[in-house]
Write a protein that binds this ligand. Structure first.
Ligand code: THU
Length: 156
């Protein structure tokens, strides 16, 4: 038997300003996306901003449905859109932010397990790591690679 410890490296920021002007503007885009989410059933609006290596930016949000499981999270909505329309694109970073009652949540929006699985595979399709920023009012957490969010991922 062998016991192992799996660690992940994170960087924390206390405000969008601390991340620098470029990232702060991407965080604003994610907030705009969250405000446009269709989340009448949960009231939990998730917004995502995606930036490609060529600087192109996209936004996405969660899309709910009366038949609850038919809805989709903001992260997968965004990644699937980008890869459907720009299959050869390389994603440099992704910002995730959630709002309740029009306000960004205190704690960062950490992606669900299903989204992590899709994020990891999206990252594997490209040559460089995909940076992930999870934004909350109290703190902003950054990981340099989507893979670090799901170390024991599903492998086929
Ligand atoms: N949601 C996301 O958009 N991303 C996640 O990573 C977790 C949850 C959405 C799904 C649903 O519309 C709402 O948040 C509440 O679960």
């Amino acid at each position: 038997m062998i016991s192992k410890e799996i660690r992940i490296a994170v960087t924390e920021y206390s405000s969008p300003e601390e991340t620098g002007p470029e990232t702060a503007s991407l965080i604003q885009l994610a907030a705009k996306a969250a405000a446009q989410a269709y989340a009448p059933y949960s009231g939990f609006n998730v917004g995502v901003a995606i930036e490609l290596t060529d600087g192109t930016r996209f936004m996405s949000n969660n899309q709910e449905n009366k038949a609850y499981p038919s809805g989709l999270c903001a992260e997968r909505t965004g990644l699937f859109f980008v890869k459907a329309n720009h299959p050869d694109s390389t994603i440099r970073r992704m910002i995730i932010l959630a709002q309740q009652d029009g306000m960004t949540t205190e704690e960062p929006a950490f992606p669900c397990g299903a989204c992590r699985q899709v994020m990891v595979e999206t990252e594997e399709r490209q040559e460089i790591p995909m940076e992930i920023l999870m934004v909350g009012r109290n703190r902003i957490v950054r990981v340099e690679s989507a893979g670090s969010l799901l170390p024991l991922k599903f492998i086929l």
